[in-house]
Ligand binder design. Structure first.
Ligand SMILES: [Zn+2]
Length: 207
């Protein structure tokens, strides 16, 4: 998707900046607050699929590739336009998520988030590492289906053994995670305005 426009053009029918009430101390203040913020992205079906920067959301909105679902009480401004700060946006066109999810990088944080920040062998919540269920030395791949969160002691105890040899079987069969996992990885703090759009499952495990 093209879209790294730094100064987006005004949308059709936009109101000149001079006609907008001003919020905040100055235009720059709004921009910096916006840069720190994150926006929840919903698919056309309202399924939460991602988190993006406010700038990225603004580009999608100005190109009419997305619409605002929830917005903040202050405005974003560029030289040519202004808009309510988006908090939740919805893509106008449906995006196929499962394929995208498969392509997402396997990171420690994402593995931990998927596994509820718990060692999949003993349930410990500290000293987490990632473990290859089938060790790499025995042909195990670095895939979502073969990597789990494991505490350091369990990881050492299991060593280079197969799960059955070590008698250590992960509590849950590791799978490609639900897209919500990446929302928590991208934004450990979940703003209140997002919660109606995030199903209960998974929200509690953000910390
Ligand atoms: Zn453990």
């Amino acid at each position: 998707m093209p879209g790294d426009v730094l100064t987006p053009p005004g949308p059709p029918g936009s109101v000149p900046l001079s006609e907008h009430p001003r919020y905040g101390p100055d235009a720059g203040g709004g921009a910096s607050r916006g840069a720190n913020g994150r926006v929840l992205v919903l698919n056309a079906t309202y399924e939460p699929i991602n988190v993006c920067t406010v700038r990225r959301a603004a580009v999608l909105l100005l190109k009419e590739k997305a619409e605002v679902v929830e917005h903040g009480s202050w405005e974003l401004r560029s030289e040519t336009t202004s808009m309510a700060r988006p908090v939740v946006i919805r893509l106008v066109t449906y995006v196929k998520v499962p394929r995208d999810t498969h392509q997402r990088k396997i990171t420690r944080r994402a593995v931990f988030a998927r596994d509820g920040w718990e060692c999949q062998y003993c349930g410990a919540r500290s000293q987490l590492t990632v473990d290859h269920v089938i060790p790499r030395s025995k042909g195990g791949g670095s895939t979502w289906e073969n990597i789990v969160a494991a505490c350091a002691p369990c990881n050492r105890r299991k060593g280079d053994q197969l799960p059955k040899q070590a008698n250590m079987i992960p509590k849950r069969v590791p799978r490609v995670p639900h897209p919500q996992v990446f929302i928590h990885v991208a934004s450990p703090h979940i703003p209140g305005a997002w919660k109606p759009w995030l199903p209960e499952a998974g929200v509690a495990e953000a910390a």
